[in-house]
Design a protein around this ligand. Structure first.
Ligand code: KG4
Ligand code: ZN
Length: 342
């Protein structure tokens, strides 16, 4: 079975054609990174407008690259949440229109569950069941997937998402947007032991996350206790690198610790990681060592499948279709993870 996947939950307009849930025949991602860079974050209204301008071309290009005309598809999978509601509506409406026009089944895909599935795209493959850690600009969640398409959410951030914290701290440190890669680069020349930031664990055994205290700690370190000091408070390049390294170490430690705790809680031998932050080199290293120590099998996506893409959507969509989980044409866009069904 060959599916078209469509993804427009945030600032990437993406479409992909995937056969049998794993063979990626094409994957097109039109990033709006440059458009939002000058604002230091995604501006929802602008994101919607750009999705609208490029969605048709992106879908056409994905079909052409795969050499599959729309009429030969078996189904269309589109993300219907969580995400920016206006942005979601554009991809979802395009998918609904194609589904109606070509009389193809429509599959509604949960964006966070699709991030967990990303590590199952070649050259990787997931052995289920797995605990899923998704850390991106919009989400930080822990979940348990018994099989692809059956997911139970176990923890989430109560304030900022991990990627959002990277972006905000990069902005405090004057490192630019998107913050994740910028912090990672600055941290390479920094020493994390010179600036130790707090690790917020919440209650004992909690699988939830909180990163806003860490972000504030960086702000105070840079601008003084009232946060109103001079920009960068006269820090030199080495001090900025040390703060970046200390921050990255704190966030990575919490992500690793809670993922291991979730594997223990579910007595699960595997951990699949997804989302933009899964591209972080230090996180990948520390997850690797923790997995070896704890005898957990670690499944990491290729870098291009960490950030938003539609191959993970078409891939997971295939499994949902096989489970008979098709969606009606009036399926809604749902901005909040907690309000999504399944
Ligand atoms: O998954 P994604 O493309 O979009 C959302 O669904 O949010 O994730 C984007 C986020 C951004 O916050 C970005 O700063 C972060 O992922 N990111 C990274 C790295 N690459 C991207 N964070 C840490 N280290 C990286 N190397
Ligand atoms: Zn995402």
């Amino acid at each position: 079975m060959v599916l078209l996947g469509v993804e427009t939950s945030c600032d990437e307009t993406a479409a992909a054609v995937v056969a049998e849930g794993r063979e990626v025949l094409s994957s097109v991602v039109a990033s709006q990174e440059d458009v939002h860079a000058k604002f230091g974050g995604v501006v929802p209204e602008i994101a919607c407008r750009v999705h609208l301008e490029v969605i048709t071309q992106v879908i056409r290009r994905a079909l052409a690259d795969a050499g599959v005309p729309a009429g030969r598809l078996d189904a269309i999978a589109a993300v219907n949440g969580p995400g920016l509601v206006g942005a979601l509506l554009i991809g979802l409406t395009a998918a609904k229109t194609m589904s109606w026009l070509h009389r193809l089944p429509l599959v509604a895909v949960n964006h966070v569950a699709a991030h967990v599935y990303a590590a199952n795209l070649p050259p990787g493959s997931i052995e289920y069941p797995v605990v899923g850690l998704v850390a991106s600009g919009g989400h930080t969640s822990l979940c348990y997937a018994r099989i692809p398409g059956e997911i139970e959410f176990a923890g989430a951030t109560i304030d900022d998402a991990a990627g959002e914290a990277f972006d905000k701290v990069a902005s405090i440190l004057g490192l630019g947007y998107p913050g994740g890669p910028a912090i990672q680069k600055a941290a390479e020349t920094g020493d994390p032991s010179r600036v130790r930031f707090p690790r917020t664990r919440l209650g004992p055994g909690s699988l939830d996350f909180s990163f806003s205290g860490l972000k504030t700690a960086v702000l105070y370190r840079v601008r003084g206790q009232d946060g109103k000091g001079r920009d960068l408070g006269g820090l030199d390049a080495q001090e900025i690198a040390d703060v970046a390294a200390g921050f990255q170490e704190a966030i990575v430690d919490v992500l690793v610790e809670k993922s291991v705790a979730a594997c223990r809680r579910f007595e699960c031998p595997g951990l699949a990681v997804g989302g933009g932050v899964a591209a972080n080199r230090r996180l990948r290293e520390k997850l690797g060592s923790a997995a070896r120590e704890e005898k957990i099998r670690l499944f990491l996506p290729e870098l291009r499948y960490c950030t938003d893409n539609a191959a993970m959507v078409a891939g997971l969509g295939f499994h949902l279709l096989r489970l008979g989980r098709t969606a009606p044409l009036d399926v809604d866009a749902v901005p909040q993870l907690g309000e999504l069904v399944g």
